[in-house]
Design a protein around this ligand. Structure first.
Ligand SMILES: Cc1ncc(COP(=O)(O)O)c(C=O)c1O
Length: 401
């Protein structure tokens, strides 16, 4: 099928929730993809940060082929070898926690929300009569599209039309320590935040803020959850974005790049917290699928073997430097923000048309938060590819002057 035919059948048979661009990507290699008509694109968005190693990475393909040839699915009613290998890698390289595997970021956050409630309930029986279940989240955050994670998300535009939302969340301004302290009451169980708000336009939680939240949680007996679904796994130049501040959470969630493109998410929890879940409390039929986890092991091993954390930092600095040069050139660029290879520019007008024009000219990027043009390139991106992409962006921005 060519693009026109795919578009026609999409309109007929697929529920229209995505507001898609008229592009049908059918093949990818490294930082390049091709659509169904053979047109080439430079992909500096990696499928919203999923294709961390670029498209068709040989180690990921080999791991998938090998595991698919052995076993595709058996069930979590039995031990799953690839899950254990991936959990060991994640635990040893984070905060020695234990993993629950699922299929997406929203599901990982759902697991975290449920675990918080279970943990508090267990402790309440010992400590106090108050019911602690409320989770304080941030304005401008994004935690997923299930009803519970939608309620956790501090942006009304995603919630409108889906009321009544589940209760148990309270929103505070991001990076405001005083607001955090004032928000805690007898119902508070946890804080949940993205160390870098992705959908919110690459807004970084300051080191001081994360340190203060950790201290507050320790003083009040609350749990600290980091949603690293978008910023985790090397994107910012460290394996986890929270490692820039040295602050460890009690629970961390991951997804997007974890399965090398296969649906895979996980919630990692400190052992004492994880122990609140008992058999039967939580489950997922497909969660931690052997093929997805084998791909996940390949992703993590490649990050280390190919020094991709260092690359994320050097290529990220290069991209930021180039974006700063664009800011000098165009007064309508208000800000250059982000960390590592999670960066973008804030425009003083709506950026959707800019992103669309870039796509038409062969560059895949995206606009979020109305005015933020963002890049989430693979960690394998080269200086030449960054130059090529920014030339396209420059040509589009030049028409705005
Ligand atoms: C920080 C964050 N959390 C959660 C999610 C939801 O992940 P998923 O779409 O895999 O459910 C996203 C998706 O963009 C995200 O950026």
């Amino acid at each position: 099928m060519n693009t026109e035919e795919i578009a026609e059948f999409d309109k007929k048979y697929i529920i229209n929730t995505y507001g898609q661009r008229p592009v049908a990507i059918s093949r990818g290699k490294g930082t390049r993809v091709w659509d169904a008509d053979g047109k080439e694109y430079l992909d500096l968005f990696s499928g919203i940060g999923v294709n961390l190693l670029g498209h068709g990475h040989p180690k990921v393909i080999a791991a998938i082929k090998e595991q698919a040839g052995k076993l595709i699915h058996a069930s979590n009613l039995y031990y799953v070898g690839p899950q254990v290998r991936l959990a060991k890698l994640l635990s040893e390289n984070s905060f020695a926690g234990k993993c629950f595997f699922c299929n997406s970021g929203a599901e990982a956050n759902e697991a975290a929300i449920k675990l918080v409630r279970k943990y508090m309930k267990k402790n309440e029986e010992r400590r106090t009569k108050n019911e602690k279940y409320e989770i304080i989240t941030m304005e401008n955050s994004f935690h997923g599209r299930t009803l519970e994670t939608l309620a956790a998300t501090g942006q009304t535009k995603y919630q409108k039309g889906f009321e009544p939302l589940p209760s148990g969340f309270k929103y505070i301004p991001f990076n405001d320590v005083i607001a955090a302290k004032q928000a805690v009451d007898e119902k508070t169980a946890a804080f949940m935040l993205e160390p870098i708000q992705g959908e919110g336009g690459d807004r970084i939680a300051s080191d001081e803020y994360l340190v203060s939240l950790r201290k507050l949680c320790d003083e009040k007996g609350l749990l600290l959850i980091f949603d690293e679904v978008q910023c985790g796994l090397g994107r910012t130049g460290k394996l986890f974005a929270c490692q820039h501040s040295g602050v460890e959470p009690d629970i961390m969630t991951l997804a997007k790049p974890l399965g090398g493109g296969f649906p895979l998410g996980t919630m990692i929890a400190r052992e004492e917290v994880a122990a609140s879940f008992e058999p039967g409390n939580h489950a997922s039929t497909f969660g931690g699928n052997p093929v997805a986890c084998a791909a996940g092991v390949a992703v993590m091993e490649t990050i280390f073997e190919d020094n991709l954390l260092e690359k994320a930092e050097t290529m990220g600095s290069y991209l930021q430097k180039k974006l700063m040069a664009l800011k000098e050139k165009y007064s309508f660029i208000k800000d250059v923000r982000g960390r590592g290879l999670m960066v973008g520019i804030e425009l003083d007008f709506e950026g959707k048309e800019v992103a669309n024009k870039c796509i038409e000219r062969g560059l895949l990027i995206n606009c979020t938060s109305d005015t933020f043009i963002r890049f989430l390139p693979p960690l394998t991106v080269t200086e030449e590819e960054i130059d090529e992409g920014l030339n396209i962006l420059d040509s589009v921005l030049g028409e705005k002057r």
